[in-house]
Design a binder for this molecule. Structure first.
Ligand SMILES: Cc1cc2nc3c(=O)[nH]c(=O)nc-3n(C[C@H](O)[C@H](O)[C@H](O)COP(=O)(O)OP(=O)(O)OC[C@H]3O[C@@H](n4cnc5c(N)ncnc54)[C@H](O)[C@@H]3O)c2cc1C
Length: 474
């Protein structure tokens, strides 16, 4: 295999994972990151200055597929995370009925995002074939100009870096499309849709001697309120995130950004409150709002990469609503596929991006389309429109699959297996979409669940506003 020189731009999870996979495959890697790339004690990671990643401290869930990829690609990093306080969250106890051997995959990793970066950084900094240029900003591409520019390196705040292959891992606001145009090339085509949601996150730590109760949820407390939702995410070292999401147009609910209002709100949602109540846990962050979120997918035009010698990965290539928790996992899968494409095609720089794209395109397209459809339907429902989530042919199949499927999973082992594998990216969406019998089963179970009228998961919108206003006034 030919050794290539590779410049990886950006040391988020995608850049770190790609640098590590390529470095361990024997390539000469230069990883360039504008924030300082230090690594200290694991729990110091939450205090890192990460101006390049505004969502660094937001709630992150690490999927079952991500856990599997991490364990297979970087078992040392996986072990380092466990040693530092991350833990496997085994979903099998929630599965009704007999287990199968493959159900061992039904586990996610309880870990905060900063700790994941800490684990990957530690491995990257110990890898002799990787040079880290820390605190260095990439400011442009070097290369030949023309319809399809040949990229030969990058310009940085600390001088030029030459490379056979440049990997754009600079995240969702990557300037690379503009830089391709500056070389005379055409930017990739871009499909985009609003996620139609604002997230309010707060992290908590479980009190000494207290425990988090189990209940009718998978894997942690979550429910749709009819005008928004609440959720929670397992973290490392006894931490977890509580999250409330609302549509961006709902001005009155935006007081959620104030801690007093957020705390009053969680207290009205019994499942979430069973974890966030003051006897069980204590808040360890402020309320962290995050809006202006988009689903975005970039694609080659006419099947042709826009440049030779440049590949975009991670959020720079595709990102979807965080509720689907796909970003970190895609970053790992792409690191593996990029390394395979370079191993298979070596110095044939036109074949490498095509092979990389061929390996990923189908799953990116279907996940992007699903996120776009679910987000649009959910926003319509939150805004008061009648959306039929109870029937597969009710005109809202993507939301039926998401809402009715996840509700039915709680009471039926086969539905559970299907939904967890679909949600957590172990299987493609077709595991349910092509299984009409399973869809019919979900319909029946969901109808039964509705008939037995479970308690409302939280207050009405008006009640919530009143509770929050009272908390702010008091
Ligand atoms: C609110 C929220 C919640 C989320 N929750 C989840 C979740 O639960 N599960 C999940 O899997 N995913 C989640 N995601 C998605 C996940 O965070 C992203 O997919 C992930 O951050 C993408 O990683 P990345 O490495 O591609 O990009 P980023 O993490 O954005 O990293 C880009 C890096 O490039 C650097 N950089 C940028 N410009 C330059 C430059 N000019 N020069 C040098 N360096 C530069 C930045 O400093 C940064 O380090 C969430 C996202 C959001 C917004």
């Amino acid at each position: 295999m030919a050794t290539m020189s590779v410049a990886v731009l950006g040391a988020g999870v995608s850049g770190l994972a790609s640098a590590l996979a390529l470095g361990r495959a024997g390539h000469e890697v230069t990883l360039i990151e504008r924030d300082e790339v230090v690594v200290g004690a694991p729990l110091d990671a939450v205090d890192w200055r990460r101006e390049g990643i505004p969502h660094f401290l937001q709630a992150h869930s690490f999927t079952a597929r991500g856990r599997r990829e991490l364990g297979a690609m970087f078992p040392d990093v996986y072990q380092a995370l466990l040693d530092a306080g991350a833990h496997d969250v085994d979903l099998r106890p929630k599965l009704r009925g007999p287990l199968r051997p493959e159900d061992a995959e039904l586990q996610i990793l309880g870990v905060r995002r900063p700790l994941i970066e800490w684990g990957l950084r530690g491995a990257v900094l110990h890898e002799p074939g990787i040079m880290v240029r820390s605190g260095v900003q990439v400011v442009g591409l070097d290369g030949t100009t023309g319809d399809v520019p040949r990229v030969t390196g990058v310009r940085t705040s600390d001088g030029p870096v030459r490379a056979d292959v440049v990997v754009d891992a600079m995240g969702r606001r990557s300037p690379v499309p503009d830089w391709i145009e500056a070389l005379g090339g055409r930017r990739m085509s871009e499909a985009s849709s609003d996620c139609g949601v604002i997230y309010y996150t707060r992290y908590y730590r479980v009190r000494e001697g207290a425990f988090l109760p189990d209940g009718p949820w998978v894997p942690t407390p979550r429910a749709d309120l009819g005008y928004g939702l609440f959720s929670s995410f397992p973290g490392d070292n006894g931490t977890f995130a509580g999250l409330i999401a609302i549509p961006p147009g709902d001005q009155e609910l935006k007081v959620l950004r104030h801690a007093a209002a957020f705390d009053a709100a969680t207290a009205t949602m019994p499942a979430l409150h069973s974890w966030t109540n003051a006897d069980t846990s204590t808040a360890i962050t402020a309320v962290l709002p995050m809006g202006s979120l988009q689903n975005t997918l970039r694609s080659f035009i006419d099947g042709r990469p826009p440049t030779i010698g440049l590949i975009s990965i991670g959020d720079a290539l595709c990102h979807t609503d965080p509720v689907f928790a796909l970003g970190l996992t895609f970053g790992l899968v792409e690191a593996r596929e990029l390394t395979s494409a370079i191993e298979a095609h070596g110095s044939d720089l036109e074949a490498v991006p095509l092979a990389f794209d061929a390996a990923l395109r189908e799953s990116m397209v279907e996940r992007f389309a699903n996120a776009t459809a679910v987000d649009a339907l959910r926003l319509r429902a939150w805004q008061g429109e009648a959306v039929d989530v109870a029937h597969r042919d009710g005109g809202a199949y993507p939301l039926f699959a998401f809402a009715a499927g996840n509700a039915a999973a709680l009471v039926d082992g086969d539905v559970f297996r299907t939904m967890i594998r679909r949600n957590y990216f172990l299987d493609p969406l077709s595991v349910l979409d092509d299984d009409v019998a399973m869809q019919a089963r979900i319909e029946r179970i969901f109808a039964d669940l509705r008939a037995t009228a479970p308690p409302r998961p939280g207050p009405s919108r008006q009640e919530l506003i009143e509770v929050m206003q009272a908390a702010l006034a008091g």
